[in-house]
Design a protein around this ligand. Structure first.
Ligand SMILES: Nc1ncnc2c1ncn2[C@@H]1O[C@H](COP(=O)(O)OP(=O)(O)O)[C@@H](O)[C@H]1O
Ligand SMILES: O=C(O)C1=C[C@@H](OP(=O)(O)O)[C@@H](O)[C@H](O)C1
Ligand SMILES: [Mg+2]
Length: 185
């Protein structure tokens, strides 16, 4: 099995899931999200896993999910925002086309502030988000081949920027790639 074509990392709300789905559609490949894989495997919501067994156990489940996906998913893969915290998970990302979707705090609070489905932002989203980014920013940068800013961009615009950053092309049906010899004439 081949490795993913694109792996998206970045903080909660940066659009990994939304943009990942769009990218998969554009490229005509499958989409996979490790959060969804964990929920399916455990039969429980992420917030319940955090409450029942704690964040450390969630990171173990996440490492297992990332290992399975990088080994057997030749499509677009979105990780959870905290996946990069785990050294073993970071090790699984070496050599892959990883893109860091970045954004500023005000945009993050607008998108996912006080969201109960994301237990790490449930109380004071602005302060918690800043603390998370202080601990994680360098890890996103470390694993990523490219950084794409998402502020003031629609998900479709972010998807375009990801394809540009990785120099991946999509073919619109009916559209043909111009012959470079003709362009020169
Ligand atoms: N570029 C964007 N502009 C505006 N809203 C966005 C953008 N990307 C994602 N969103 C919204 O932000 C929320 C979180 O998006 P999601 O894809 O779940 O992020 P992540 O998977 O990175 O946590 C969703 O409500 C989604 O519709
Ligand atoms: O940043 C984090 O630690 C988390 C991000 C979430 O995924 P998204 O980034 O897709 O929201 C999810 O994995 C869990 O709530 C923990
Ligand atoms: Mg997500």
């Amino acid at each position: 099995m081949s490795a993913p074509l694109i792996v998206l990392v970045g903080p909660m709300g940066s659009g990994k899931t939304t943009v990942g789905e769009l990218l998969a559609e554009r490229l005509g490949v499958a989409f996979r999200d490790t959060d969804a894989d964990i929920v399916a495997a455990e039969g429980r919501e992420i917030s319940d896993i955090f409450v029942d067994e704690g964040e450390a156990r969630f990171r173990e489940l996440e490492r297992t999910a990332v290992a399975a996906a990088v080994a057997g998913h030749p499509g677009v893969l979105a990780l959870g925002g905290g996946a990069v915290l785990d050294e073993g998970t970071r090790g699984l990302l070496g050599g892959l086309p990883v893109v860091y979707l970045s954004m500023e705090v005000e945009e993050a609070v607008r998108r996912v502030g006080l969201n109960q489905a994301r237990p790490l932002l449930a109380v004071n989203p602005r302060r918690q988000w800043r603390e998370l980014m202080d601990a994680r920013r360098h890890l996103y940068t470390e694993v990523a081949r490219a950084v794409v800013a998402t502020d003031d961009r629609t998900p479709a615009e972010v998807a375009d920027a990801v394809l540009d950053a990785l120099e991946l092309k999509t073919e619109t049906p009916g559209e043909t790639t111009p012959d470079p010899r003709q362009e020169k004439q």
